[in-house]
Design a protein around this ligand. Structure first.
Ligand SMILES: O=c1ccn([C@H]2C[C@H](O)[C@@H](COP(=O)(O)OP(=O)(O)OP(=O)(O)O)O2)c(=O)[nH]1
Ligand SMILES: [Mg+2]
Length: 156
């Protein structure tokens, strides 16, 4: 007999008042890397994002990101391609100790106004492992073949 354990980390979500009735963030295909986040804007007052403008769009949930992980808030490529809608701070970083509402900083880089309706899938969140480094100040860097060469030093 094979016993299958679910080894995935658990993501606890706390629904806020403005998230009432919204679908939970979800992976939209079997192998999706990110779960889609929905706009928790007022159902009676969609948000219009004019060209060149940005807005902090609520998701209606607090995410308890498991320790040792982060949430990366990334654009949806369809919205970016069709409408020029992106996450201005992409990838947005949600820390594992953050207990506020997750919000999405959308920007309209397109030429037309974009209307964000309640429940619209506006971005996606990838849960990714994080390593916190120990920080140590030293006086000289070790030698390498690359040295200080960067920013195209190996050719274009
Ligand atoms: O797209 C995002 C990015 C951040 N956050 C929340 C969760 C994150 O843990 C917190 C702080 O984000 P960050 O560290 O990127 O911003 P900061 O400007 O450094 O703010 P702080 O001084 O609060 O760390 O804001 C979001 O809800 N969505
Ligand atoms: Mg910070």
């Amino acid at each position: 007999m094979t016993i299958h354990h679910d080894t995935r980390p658990t993501l606890n979500l706390i629904r806020l008042a403005n998230g009432e009735g919204l679908d939970l963030p979800a992976y939209e295909s079997k192998g999706a890397a990110g779960m889609d986040l929905r706009a928790a804007v007022d159902g009676d007052a969609p948000l219009t994002l004019a060209p060149g403008k940005r807005a902090l769009v609520p998701t209606g949930f607090i995410f308890e990101i498991p320790e040792g992980f982060e949430g990366q808030v990334r654009p949806r490529s369809g919205l970016a391609f069709k409408h020029g809608i992106t996450c201005l701070n992409s990838p947005g970083t949600v820390d594992s100790d953050y207990r506020g509402e997750v919000k999405v900083l959308l920007a309209n880089l397109g030429e037309e106004a974009f209307v964000i309706e309640r429940g619209m899938r506006i971005a996606q969140m990838v849960i990714a492992p994080v390593t916190q480094a120990r920080v140590a100040e030293i006086t000289a860097a070790s030698e390498t073949a690359r040295g200080a060469g960067g920013f195209g030093s190996t050719g274009v």
